[in-house]
Design a protein around this ligand. Structure first.
Ligand code: HEM
Length: 437
């Protein structure tokens, strides 16, 4: 009797042949194999690394929640990201991560986050004011660019209030966006790493990361010297004390956590919002229904659009874990060091779990019996997104304002998914807007 029971194995030769296509767009290949092998199967990623992939909600919860102690994040993204951003919540592991999470978690409690709405609204208003001339001229623009810009500014404002002046904010935004693009190149083209190194690109980007850290350091020091305590995330980080020592974070730790909030907190929301605008532009009947709803009802409709868009286009479309010990997961028994690919997008669109899974039906969320077991846009378990309330509040605020003010004319009729570290639109989301009243 073999000791281990592996899920069915997809052909390694086929995955080698399709490696190029897999890198461009893995969804058709992954989904075809799900049809063939069922909700969990073994495959060779890009023909090289053996991994177990699953869309089974029970297995995903087992790995992320029920037996989370038996699993750790893989180093693929965390090490690369950590090289540039340091040891923040998203990139750290083990006891260090747990201590940081316990320290920071209370600051992200719904009640605390609610008070950030005023700061968020300032940025949303400024964005809508910028859109006004385009409504007059009818000029089209890329909603993705706009959402990226807006969500970055929202993280900056909610972290630092007005302590980071405009010039520093623009600089930081450019530095972080350049770093993120380069990290994606490193993740996607590991075979070019030697070239990135000898051509000096890695050290140039490490310098850039150091410059970004200095901008944040200056804000932290100025805040400490000023004695001011505005109601923002930096105050929360500065006031948090470790349970064991009663001390606060060191300066380098504070910078790590600020940087990671920028990285984790702006692109995910920007992607989700771009998909929401795309979906409402494509389904004008839904847009109109919200715009003509009785006062008070539109809040629930916006909430449903957010939920449904996160189902169809989850920004965190995939997550991974490595097992730290042998473990039984549903029908399988797998050895230590098994690489798990938790294919969230696949689960969100599978007919076993959803009726008409590929259709945009915001009203499905009104059904009190809707089974939400197969819905995890923010992950699950102790490493679940710390910014969930923040993100939901932010996205609902932005979407409400857009829908209240503008009619949206979608110029780009079909947008393809671009699954990098997050799930982005491949083409610009071109829209034109018209003022409603
Ligand atoms: C639509 C928006 C967002 C989505 C879909 C999202 C999704 C996720 C997911 C799935 C994880 C867990 C990853 C894993 O277990 O491997 C995560 C972690 C995290 N998210 Fe978010 N996120 C969003 C917005 C935000 C925002 C706005 C912030 C902060 C302001 C944030 C901060 C973080 C942090 C710090 C972590 C790491 C938590 C830890 O490991 O302890 N996220 N996010």
């Amino acid at each position: 009797m073999p000791k281990y029971i592996f899920p069915p194995l997809a052909s390694r030769l086929k995955s080698l042949i399709h490696a190029g296509q897999f890198i461009r767009n893995p969804f058709p290949i992954l989904d075809a194999a799900l049809d063939r092998f069922g909700s969990t199967y073994t495959f060779y990623m890009g023909g090289v690394q053996k991994a177990v992939i699953t869309i089974d909600p029970k297995s995903i919860r087992h790995v992320l929640q029920k037996n989370h102690k038996g699993y750790e994040k893989s180093v693929i993204v965390t090490d690369l990201l950590g090289k540039y951003t340091g040891k923040g919540l998203l990139t750290s592991t083990g006891d260090y991560w747990l201590r940081q999470r316990r320290l920071i978690q209370p600051g992200f409690h719904k009640r605390r986050i609610d008070s950030l709405q005023v700061l968020m609204k300032m940025e949303v208003d400024a964005c809508m004011a910028r859109w006004a001339p385009m409504a007059v001229t009818g000029a089209s623009f890329d909603a993705y660019e706009e959402m990226n810009h807006l969500t970055f500014r929202i993280v900056a404002r909610t972290l630092f209030s007005t302590s980071l002046e405009e010039h520093g904010l623009v600089q930081l935004s450019q530095q972080i966006s350049t770093l993120q693009s380069f990290i994606i190149r490193e993740v996607r083209q590991p075979y070019k790493r030697w070239w990135f190194k000898i051509s000096g690109q890695i050290s140039a980007h490490l310098d850039l990361a150091r410059e970004a850290r200095e901008i944040i350091r200056a804000v932290i020091r100025a805040r400490k010297n000023s004695g001011e305590v505005p109601d923002d995330l930096l105050t929360m980080l500065l006031e948090s004390k470790y349970e064991d020592s009663g001390m606060g974070m060191e300066e380098e730790q504070l910078i790590d956590e600020c940087l990671i909030l920028f990285v984790a907190g702006h692109e995910t929301s920007a992607n989700a919002l771009s998909w929401m605008i795309y979906l409402l532009g494509k389904h004008k009947e839904e847009l109109l229904r919200i715009q003509t709803a009785e006062a008070g009802l539109e809040i629930n409709m916006i909430h449903n659009v957010v939920q449904e868009a996160l189902r169809l286009y989850p920004p965190a479309w995939v997550s991974d874990r490595i097992s730290l010990e042998d473990d039984r997961v549903e029908d399988f028994f797998l050895p230590k060091d098994t690489m798990w690919i938790l294919y969230i997008r696949g689960m969100h669109r599978h007919p076993d779990y959803w009726e008409e899974p590929d259709r945009f039906i915001p009203d499905r969320w009104n059904n009190p019996d809707l089974n939400k077991e197969a819905y995890m846009p923010f992950g699950s378990g102790p490493r679940m997104c710390i910014g969930e309330h923040f993100a939901i509040m932010e996205m609902e605020l932005i979407l409400s304002e857009i829908v209240r003010l503008w009619d949206i004319n979608l110029i780009s009729k079909v947008i393809t998914e671009k699954p990098l570290v997050t799930l982005r639109p491949l083409e610009p989301v071109m829209i034109a807007i018209r003022k409603l009243y």
